[in-house]
Design a protein around this ligand. Structure first.
Ligand SMILES: Nc1nc2c(ncn2[C@@H]2O[C@H](COP(=O)(O)OP(=O)(O)O)[C@@H](O)[C@H]2O)c(=O)[nH]1
Ligand SMILES: [Mg+2]
Length: 383
């Protein structure tokens, strides 16, 4: 900016043109800020424990102590890498790809030991599954569960350590050990309570925009949304329910067509599903059958997860006749909505709450005993 002012020679006050430029930059920054951020549910992390500090080789030389003996202190231990589950963390978006813990400080003369390095903690959401070489190592199920994934190296010994009757002036000091290194996959067990499942263009992203503050891209061509987006519905009693827009499901997805298995994997990680059917196609009920078929082939039992059916685009001409036919073909209630116009979207919100309450009650029954004896677990891995 300063360069621009100098070149135009306008002194302190920017001209109208420059002011417009300033406003444009500001506007573009704002729109950048408002851009939708995709939900991150998988990360590969390389964790390196800190190196131990080197031991010191030194001799004490003080007033009236000309031969004070060995005085090299030990090095401090390197820091560990710890993965800890926090309730407040919602996704793996802030997890970096490489973590390197601090190194221990080296020992000093006059018997000074080096400082132990502090540990590096990677905060992850509750329900994160840690895998190494494809095998599950541990599930962090509760708030505060932690696991040490890479130990820091031990500090080296100073020459003071080697003092013995046989050797009164040892010069040997050992270097600090290197820390452990590992590559881990972090994966979220559950990405959302409710998953919006439907073929491309059914209106999933539009519906998610209508019921939450999430901003997935909406357009009239398939594969507009390439990553799952999660929106939160906040109810009057402050209960929050997460809803995921899961894109990329097409006929043949179980054969890894389209965006394939990686997207079916997302569906697997929702507690209950909302099938979004497009009323603008000729036979909307075939969509529902195909969706269920794809899910069932991918993983048996997935299609029978608690679910509801939403018929979208009721604002289009001829939608009411198709809706009647759809209701005849489907043996469960269908919620007709227009996500674009916001018609009957409130019904979807209350139905999601019903499904959520049922799911919570069921989960509490199943895990009642387990939760009574729940304790924070801290695990140290052996590599
Ligand atoms: N007429 C109408 N169009 C809709 C409705 N919902 C979505 N659309 C349109 O359908 C197209 C695909 O929507 P989108 O939300 O991107 O579908 P997605 O691929 O399932 O996420 C967009 O052009 C939307 O404007 C609706 O209720 N009525
Ligand atoms: Mg979409």
């Amino acid at each position: 900016m300063a360069m621009l002012l100098c070149r135009t020679g306008l002194g302190r006050r920017p001209s109208v043109l420059i002011q417009v430029a300033i406003q444009r930059t500001y506007a573009s920054k704002q729109s950048e800020k408002g851009k939708a951020k995709a939900f991150v549910d998988w990360r590969r992390v390389r964790a390196e424990g800190g190196k131990g500090g080197d031991g010191c080789s030194a001799f004490i030389r003080e007033f009236a102590r000309p031969f004070g003996g060995p005085g090299g202190g030990d090095g401090g231990n390197g820091g560990n890498i710890v993965i800890e589950a926090y309730k407040r963390v919602k996704s793996l978006a802030k997890v970096k790809s490489i973590y390197k813990a601090e190194n221990g400080s080296p020992g000093g003369n006059n018997g000074c030991h080096g400082k132990n390095a502090s540990h590096t903690v990677i905060p992850v959401p509750v329900g994160t599954c840690i895998k190494g070489n494809g095998d599950v190592i541990i599930d962090l199920e509760k708030d505060g569960d932690a696991v040490v994934v890479a130990h820091g190296g031990l500090g080296g010994k100073g020459n003071q350590f080697f003092l013995s009757n046989e050797d009164k002036s040892p010069t040997l000091a050992t270097p600090g050990e290197p820390g452990e290194t590992c590559v881990l996959d972090l994966e979220l067990r559950t990405i959302a309570h409710a998953g919006l499942v439907g073929f491309p263009n059914a209106g999933k992203s539009t519906l998610l925009r209508a019921i939450s503050r999430a901003q997935p891209t909406v357009a009239a061509y398939p594969f507009t949304t390439l990553k799952p987006h999660v929106g939160i519905i906040q109810y009057e009693d402050f209960e929050q329910v997460a809803v995921a827009d899961i894109p990329g499901l097409i006929r043949g997805a179980h054969l890894n067509k389209g965006l394939g298995h990686s997207f079916l994997r997302h569906i697997e990680r929702c507690r209950f599903l909302l099938f979004v059917v497009d009323l603008s196609v000729t036979e909307p009920w075939t969509q529902l059958d195909d969706l269920k078929y794809e899910l069932e082939i991918y993983q048996s039992g997935l299609s029978s997860r608690p679910h509801a059916v939403v018929a979208n685009k009721t604002d289009l001409p001829g939608a009411s006749e198709k809706l009647k036919l759809l209701q005849k073909h489907v043996d469960m209630p269908v919620m007709p909505i227009s996500a674009k116009e916001g018609w009957d979207v409130g019904r979807v919100i209350s139905h999601i709450r019903e499904l959520y309450d049922k799911d919570m009650a069921q989960a509490a029954n199943q895990q009642g005993e387990k939760q009574n004896h729940s304790q924070k677990k801290t695990v140290i891995l052996e590599w």
